[in-house]
Design a protein. Structure first.
Length: 485
């Protein structure tokens, strides 16, 4: 296919060139009614290209096939059979994928380290999750993606499960053995969904972990706005094979998606695909080289331990690692990642990707350069000199993190509930998600029975700087619980 084309961008350019006059939404009419104070911040170009997809990007019947051609080019670029664009982020895309495989009351194998968007999909759909336990690093108190053997065992225990979902890479850059998991699913006639939100760049360089489509996954979801150059909320989901019907997948996306998609987001996805096909290898090679140097320099700072293959991969750990998330263990500084991240933002205007009870992470992309990493390195040196100790976070082991699912997430979330104190919540069934963010992996789901070690973890975490934004009470001094009859 001719990847020098960019159908969405070309149609947008033609709209401007032809001087088309809109009597359709959006109401600002290419910025003509926008407040000058808004224009001063956002700029004219944002409004000028903020068009309705119908009668802007294409005609009323979409006869020019602009979006279809752009999606075909994207599929070809990443070795998929079909691609669908989403302007609602991968949170919508992964829900669409789940609903295309399993319906209300049906079983779906899900890695328990799934993002909260997956749990939202369980709540909306009424799908019954069959949890697959992650690989747990007891010394670092960190979960890596589940093994292929774990997926195979759970499939054998639940032969009526409709398919499986795994998250890879994780926000820490650790990756599952996707080829082996796909093989385990396909041997049993089940489809595999991969939440690869952090992996948009993977198809474009051979030194990066294997891309889900190349590994044999049936559906793959990726956020181009995370590791690519798409605009925020720009997401795509890819499909191949016969185990997931593409018409069903599209129908599920249509059910959940907006009827007013952003041409700006479509254009960002389209242009990024062209850029990566033409220049992606060279851009990513420079980024990999930069990441290697940054890792070496940070490792030389006393008290900082950069996490790499030696720490994150191997038997009972992750299968592979994306080196572009630079994950730094700062346990030796006797502080938390929460406090370190806040200090770096406050004193150096450095915004980190991730912070937890003992780690911080800087996510590098091909947009980074010597100029962007220099202030990061300087700030980390200063952090070591000035950071203060933080309260300890009581992180439970894997045996205490495994909670009993008593009620379906949907039933607990929408069922009768009450707000009780943290102490009273112990032993009760949770009716909300309790999710430290980032990375956005729920510690407690609706329908799970709350235990003392998990409540101690959340309470001590909040006291140390953890953020739990989806709780009705973000301090977690009180919790919303299900009223059992």
């Amino acid at each position: 296919m001719d990847h020098s084309q960019a159908p969405v961008l070309d149609a947008l350019a033609a709209y401007h060139r032809e001087g088309q006059v809109p009597f359709t939404p959006p109401g600002h009419k290419q910025g003509r009614s926008a407040d000058p104070r808004v224009l001063a911040v956002l700029g004219d170009a944002v409004f000028r290209s903020d068009l309705l997809a119908i009668s802007g990007l294409d005609d009323r019947t979409s006869s020019q096939g602009v979006l279809e051609r752009a999606q075909e080019l994207m599929a070809d670029a990443v070795h998929a059979e079909r691609t669908f664009f989403s302007t609602c982020g991968s949170s919508l895309s992964v829900k669409s994928a789940m609903l295309s495989v399993a319906g209300p009351g049906e079983k779906l194998l899900v890695g328990r380290d799934a993002h909260k968007s997956v749990v939202s999909g369980l709540i909306l759909s009424g799908v019954r999750p069959i949890w697959v336990e992650p690989q747990w690093d007891a010394s670092r108190r960190l979960a890596h993606p589940p093994s292929a053997e774990s997926f195979a065992a759970r499939l054998d225990e639940h032969p009526d499960a409709r398919g499986a979902l795994v998250t890879s890479p994780t926000p820490y850059g650790t990756c599952a053995d996707l080829a082996a998991i796909a093989a385990a699913c396909h041997e049993r006639g089940k489809p595999l969904i991969v939440d690869e939100a952090w992996g948009a760049h993977l198809p474009f360089h051979p030194d990066l972990p294997t891309w889900a489509m190349d590994a044999g996954a049936d559906v793959c979801v990726t956020s181009v706005h995370k590791m690519g150059a798409g605009l925020e909320q720009g997401s795509v989901f890819h499909q191949q094979g016969s185990l997931v019907d593409p018409s069903v997948l599209k129908a599920r996306e249509d059910l959940l998606g907006t009827t007013s998609p952003s041409v700006l987001l479509y254009a960002g996805l389209d242009g990024w695909r062209r850029q990566m096909v033409e220049q992606g290898h060279d851009l990513l090679q420079k980024t990999l080289d930069l990441a290697a140097r940054v890792r070496d320099e940070i490792s030389a700072i006393p008290g900082f331990t950069v996490q790499g293959r030696d720490e994150f991969t191997g038997p009972a750990l992750a299968h592979d690692l994306d080196p572009l998330p630079v994950v730094i263990d700062i346990a030796a500084l006797e502080t938390t990642g929460y406090r370190a991240a806040d200090w770096l933002r406050s004193h150096h205007h450095i915004n980190l990707h991730l912070a937890d009870h003992r780690r911080i992470s800087a996510q590098l992309t091909f947009a980074d350069s010597e100029e962007t990493v220099a202030p990061l390195l300087s700030a980390l040196h200063d952090l070591r000199r000035h950071i203060e100790p933080a309260p300890e976070v009581h992180v439970p082991g894997p045996e205490d993190l495994r909670l009993e699912l008593v009620v379906l997430p949907r039933d607990a979330f929408f069922g009768p509930a009450e707000q009780v104190s943290a102490g009273e919540a112990i032993g009760r069934i949770c009716a909300e998600m309790l999710t430290p963010y980032p990375p956005g992996i729920p510690v407690v789901l609706p329908g799970e029975r709350i235990t003392a070690p998990v409540m101690d973890y959340l309470r001590s975490g909040v006291d140390a700087g953890m953020v739990v934004p989806d709780a009705a009470d973000s301090t977690v001094k009180t919790v919303r619980v299900f009223i059992e009859h």
